[in-house]
Design a protein around this ligand. Structure first.
Ligand code: ATP
Ligand code: MG
Length: 557
């Protein structure tokens, strides 16, 4: 990112804590980590955590690790690992170390033995059902398992045999011995290890037992000497356990866990599990469907890393749950694309226009700016000829008085070209207008009239002879419900109009060579990017422009 693009993240309560810890010399250097579980693709919520963890490391001259929290082998996959790596890189963040929780399976096991030796952990034979029963409720204390007082020797022996693969899944658990009467249910002898004879994508069949999240996470943080372990609010009640484990085992550091509110975006789902469901049920075309709130979906839709980082700065970091409007995300991308997008003309719903008094066979090369303010982005030439296409919407048979576009007898400016006046139109057998007949004023070349005559509307167009055909995909929000995750079946709230496919769009010929990393503004219709997967020429609309026409038209109806 160039210096001028870079926006300093606004401060927040976590940054304040870190600044204090540096000022008081509690820490000489800051170490954070981003710890995704590789069980799906990253979504916009993860971007918040990425921007926070990596952003802090960047701004405080610290380091941030990327750590795959890979302790649920059945749900995890190398495909997800690779996708996550791509996404973090794409967001233009660099990690210090790339780690996996599975790198720590041996030390985690050794620490567990240490806990057993101290009488702080025991092997329990209760079934999952019984454990739930014994756990108690928010109002009732739990009760001790009969195995709670198993001897240390016996625990050591059973745990070694669990590790050796002697028992079937579910036969035993290793549990921490904390307090079955704790008001915090997480402290009622939580599980540390379970038996699971599952193949792991990295450790293969080495381990028939896998450590639980709460046990793994704090120790992994400690081994990496993380100074501030930033996580979302649902882990607040797990913090006593995080601290308990680190107090009981001798790790090189005791990181501080700090919680912040998850990003919740209206009309969107931010849960890998639920997004996976959309993919499995074919409601979308894969994890990177441009309607998905995944980083890969946003990328394919035409979002830039800068816009996502800007969005994360704008929403800030607090301890209060709230919903963010989709418009906040859209404004971030609009502002960014307004700066960088190359302007072109493309007609999405073409209507043929014949300019009666324009010489047959004549082609003029007109000069168009690639950006209205940025001279350095240069110009291009576009061809003008007798037959052109304009947007269907730019003509109305019975136009209200203040419709400033075409209708019989009305004059409009063709962007970069001439004033034209509609004189007639042709309908097909169904009564649909299929062609406009217009005349042009040769004196208005370049878009102004020597007699000072003003026209209010300027419309875009392409020369029919020169235009290329393309498919354009327009997107709307994926859900019609502002909080689909709160509903019984979120798939009932899918928006049937989330995708509009326009197959016969007419574009400037230069777009035949569009690159997948170039952002375009199709004048008046939005920002677009070439689809990165399609075999045919296909463009995805990233976001609409602020629609001044809609506003104008509304005022006049
Ligand atoms: P999901 O339910 O989507 O799987 P998760 O929290 O289980 O979410 P992880 O892979 O464990 O996903 O997340 C990695 C990191 O990203 C965690 O620190 C987590 O707190 C954070 N994170 C996940 N979702 C959000 C969100 N919506 N807003 C902010 N941070 C998030
Ligand atoms: Mg998770």
């Amino acid at each position: 990112m160039s210096a001028e693009d870079e926006k300093i993240a606004p401060t927040n309560f976590i940054r304040n804590i870190i600044q204090d810890d540096l000022d008081s010399a509690k820490h000489q250097a800051i170490q954070t980590r981003f710890p995704p579980e590789p069980n799906g693709y990253l979504h916009i919520g993860h971007a918040k955590s990425i921007c926070l963890n990596f952003g802090i490391a960047e701004d405080f001259a610290g380091k941030c690790n990327l750590r795959f929290d890979d302790t649920n082998p059945e749900k995890e996959d190398i495909e997800y690992v690779n996708a996550i790596i791509d996404d973090v890189k794409w967001l233009k963040f660099d990690w210090d170390k790339l780690q996996y929780s599975s790198d720590y399976f041996q030390p985690l096991y050794d620490y567990a033995i240490e806990l057993i030796k101290q009488g702080k952990a025991y092997v329990d034979s209760l079934s999952a059902e019984e454990i739930r029963e014994y756990r108690g409720t928010l109002t009732e204390p739990g009760k001790a398992s009969p195995d709670r007082n198993r001897s240390i020797e016996e625990n050591l022996d059973l745990f070694a045999r669990m590790r050796a693969g002697e028992f079937e899944d579910g036969k035993y658990l290793l549990r921490a011995k904390i307090d079955m009467a704790s008001p915090n249910i997480n402290m009622r002898d939580p599980a540390l290890y379970r038996i699971k004879k599952a193949h792991h994508q990295r450790t293969g069949d080495d381990w028939p037992i896998y450590p639980m999240y709460d046990y793994t996470h704090c120790i992994s943080d400690a081994i990496e000497e993380i100074t501030h372990s930033l996580c979302t609010l649902e882990f607040e009640d797990h913090r006593p356990l995080y601290d308990w484990v680190l107090d009981e085992v001798k790790t090189p550091a005791h990181p501080r866990q700090i919680e912040f509110a998850r990003l919740q975006l209206k009309y969107t789902i931010t849960s890998k599990r639920k997004l996976n469901q959309l993919v499995i049920d074919n409601h979308v075309d894969g994890w990177d469907d441009p309607r998905m709130p995944t980083i890969s979906g946003l990328r394919r839709r035409g979002y830039t890393p800068e816009s996502i980082r800007d969005f994360c700065n704008r929403i800030g970091v607090t301890k209060k749950d709230s919903f963010i409007e989709v418009a906040v995300l859209e404004n971030s991308i609009r502002e960014d694309l307004n700066e960088r997008a190359v302007r072109v003309m493309g007609v999405l719903r073409p209507l043929k226009v014949t300019i009666k008094n324009y010489p047959d066979g004549q082609v003029e090369e007109l000069t168009a700016k690639n950006h209205p303010q940025k001279e350095e982005m240069g110009t291009r030439s576009i061809n003008f000829s007798k037959v052109i296409y304009i947007e269907r919407d730019d003509f109305m048979e019975d136009a209200p008085k203040k419709f400033f576009r075409l209708s019989v007898g009305r004059e409009v400016r063709l962007r970069y070209a001439y004033y034209i006046t509609c004189t007639d139109f042709v309908k097909d057998d169904n009564g649909e207008v299929i062609e406009l007949i217009c005349s042009y004023d040769p004196e208005t070349k370049g878009g102004s009239s020597p007699d000072g005559r003003k026209v209010k509307g300027t419309i875009h167009w392409v020369s029919a002879e020169h235009a290329i055909d393309a498919q354009v995909n327009l997107y709307d929000r994926l859900f019609t419900h502002p909080n689909p995750a709160s509903t019984e079946d979120f798939s009932e709230h899918l928006n049937p109009e989330s995708l509009t496919v326009l197959e016969n769009c007419k574009l400037e010929p230069a777009l035949a060579d569009a690159r997948i990393d170039t952002h375009y503004q199709f004048e008046r219709t939005g920002y677009f990017i070439k689809d990165s997967k399609a075999d045919n020429l296909m463009f995805n609309r990233t976001v609409t422009l602020r629609d001044t026409w809609a506003k104008l038209d509304k005022q006049n109806q």
